[in-house]
Design a protein. Structure first.
Lengths: 166, 437
């Protein structure tokens, strides 16, 4: 099967600036404008998260669009599906009943509850309106990338060689 | 040679459907027959209480498209009861003396709601909540119901109570144990939930049992074992479920459910069992168990289907876990929540009653074996998977139950114990991590 693109994080480059979170929240706001989005109620929320791994080491993580998504198996209204072509795992919010079974089994803890909007689960949707997810485009240190797993591992191997020479 | 129907799958709920779908991934052409004793196209039982609550209309129940059977090229026999399975001759009998032969059989007959053995339990107005008919029956009664009594303070009972409360009916839950959710929660968490439910108008009595149901034809009163008499027009029994294994009893090995191995095969070759009817190895309990939950049913159906179609797949094992949300307070738990002997177990507990936060993690030899979370539930899955993979968590023990625990704290563990983290996505997240210190 052809590998599909997803968001990768190069931990060595992350400076915990949280620009990804901001870009994500704006992209998923009604106005898609930073200043107007701040005034929206409920306030738009990010679907990607910056975590500290240890002091001064951080990463940004969102839905991994798993090959075998546990959330999809757990969803009792069958509202979570995986697109065979794009690999994207999507929640059909019209059928979400807020049972939180997806949250219960997500190995990464990146599904959130949206209490304001009739109680639905939400997570990274890879920005359907954009070619490249907003967090990736916004990342000032190029920590985040949108590519296939093979491309990612090839690239970081190459970059590591270059850096180690210096 | 007589041609058999390649696959016969009994049951069209979670595991039946998952099995059909994984068989069809591999085998596009062979015959598949799907038998269900219910007359409906596939629906989600777990959503019945949501439908009952009136939060969603009936459409929410249908979890597959109307033309599902056609799309998957499956012969669907609805409203069809299987009278018995002839294991030796690879055939089963359905109503009307008809015989269906099979090469591979999946028993995904599920479970039935347990009733109560008390006088008057056959009166009009006494229900369980297991099938669409049950839900419809309760809904039809509602206009004449002022007060409902729920027998059982477990998952089904409380979900029914919540649904009826949402419909504006007074509910009184009668619980035999000293705490509600006695299977799913520890005493402290149960108390927190009880307080929340009572604040929202659900009446709860613990340590009591129903003794008799009184009324002319339909329910009028419920008599409790302390002598009290409650007026009510509706009684919903939520006393758990029991596996539907009658059709193969004595022919395949059974205990609480049909015993299934790591391929979900019974002790009889080519006969598989999955879902609420199956008893499999429980990873967190360390013994065989029936975990009658949706995620386990889907997973088992999926693995059974693959094996039936000839692609070997191993089932990791089952585990108990559940998620509930009442009046905007979420609660989840998994694995061992009430360890029997305290010596082997260690508990990490964080409680914040004002913000209604509760986190309890149970450890054995530095491995997570269970947990309970209230309100702050987003990281439940992280803990669950650490438990399922039996990860040594000693390095992050100090922060495990903390408010600031997140997936980032797990990354060093993945790096160090890479072999135990099987999902490729785990490697994606930590491939570029190298410890600073």
């Amino acid at each position: 099967m052809k590998q599909s693109k997803k968001i990768f994080c190069d931990i060595t480059k992350c400076v915990a600036c949280r620009t990804c979170e901001l870009a994500c929240a704006i992209e998923h706001s009604a106005t898609k404008d930073l200043f107007l989005a701040m005034l929206e109620r409920p306030r738009p929320r990010a679907r990607t998260f910056v975590h500290f791994i240890e002091r001064d080491v951080s990463h940004s993580i969102a839905c991994q669009h798993c090959e075998e998504p546990p959330c999809m198996e757990a969803c009792m209204s069958s509202c979570i599906s995986k697109d065979e072509k794009t690999g994207k795992v999507d929640i059909d919010r019209s059928r979400c009943v807020a049972c939180w079974m997806c949250i219960m089994v997500c190995p990464f803890g990146i599904i959130s509850r949206e209490a304001a909007d009739k109680n639905k689960a939400f997570k990274c949707d890879l920005c359907p309106d954009r070619e490249c997810p907003a967090c990736v485009d916004a990342c000032p240190t190029k920590t985040l990338s949108y590519e296939t797993r093979d491309d990612f591992s090839r690239r970081i191997k190459q970059e590591k060689k270059v850096y180690e020479k210096k | 040679m007589k041609k058999n129907n390649a696959y016969v799958i009994i049951g069209n709920s979670a595991s039946g459907l998952a099995a059909i779908e994984s068989v069809r991934r591999i085998d596009k052409t062979s015959n598949i027959i799907n038998i269900s004793k219910e007359p409906h196209r596939p629906y989600s039982r777990c959503l019945l209480s949501y439908y009952l609550a009136g939060q969603y209309n009936k459409d929410i129940l249908w979890i597959r498209h109307e033309d599902y059977y056609k799309k998957y090229n499956v012969e669907g026999l609805l409203n069809t009861t299987v009278a018995g399975v002839d294991v030796k001759n690879r055939a089963l009998a359905i109503a009307g003396n008809k015989k269906i032969s099979f090469d591979k059989l999946l028993i995904a007959t599920g479970a039935s709601a347990k009733s109560v053995d008390i006088k008057g339990a056959d009166k009009r107005g006494v229900f369980v909540l297991r099938t669409l008919e049950d839900a419809q029956g309760i809904l039809n009664m509602l206009p004449s119901v002022k007060k409902a009594c729920i027998l059982g303070g477990g998952l089904i009972g409380m979900r029914a109570a919540y649904a009826l409360k949402k419909r504006g009916i007074n509910v009184h839950v009668i619980v035999k144990s000293s705490h509600i959710f006695s299977q799913m929660l520890d005493a402290e968490a149960a108390d927190m939930m009880r307080q929340h439910l009572e604040t929202n108008g659900i009446e709860i009595s613990t340590g009591l049992e129903a003794k008799e149901i009184l009324g002319k034809d339909s329910v009028e009163h419920l008599v409790l074992d302390d002598g009290n008499r409650l007026d009510c027009e509706l009684i919903v029994i939520g006393k758990g479920v029991a596996a539907n294994l009658e059709i193969v009893r004595g022919q395949v090995k059974t205990n609480m459910g049909i015993l299934a191995n790591e391929h979900l095969e019974t002790d009889n070759k080519d006969i598989y069992a999955a879902g609420d009817v199956a008893e499999t190895y429980d990873i967190l309990e360390g013994s065989n168990n029936v975990n009658q939950i949706w995620p386990a049913a889907i997973r088992q159906g999926k693995i059974a289907g693959l094996n039936m179609a000839g692609e070997e797949a191993k089932y990791e094992g089952t585990y108990g876990t559940n998620s509930l949300d009442f009046f905007d307070l979420a609660v989840m738990s998994f694995g061992v929540v009430k360890p029997k002997n305290d010596v082997d177990f260690e508990e990490l507990i964080e409680i914040d009653t004002t913000r209604r936060l509760y986190r309890k993690i149970i450890l054995r030899s530095n491995r997570i074996v269970g947990g309970v979370l209230i309100n702050d539930v987003e990281r439940h899955g992280i803990l669950l998977h650490l438990a399922l993979h039996k990860i040594d968590i000693s390095d992050i023990k100090y922060i495990l139950a903390d408010e600031y625990f997140d997936f980032g704290k797990v990354v060093p563990l993945i790096k160090r114990q890479a072999k135990s983290f099987a999902r490729p996505e785990y490697n994606d997240t930590c491939a570029t991590y190298s410890p600073l210190y």
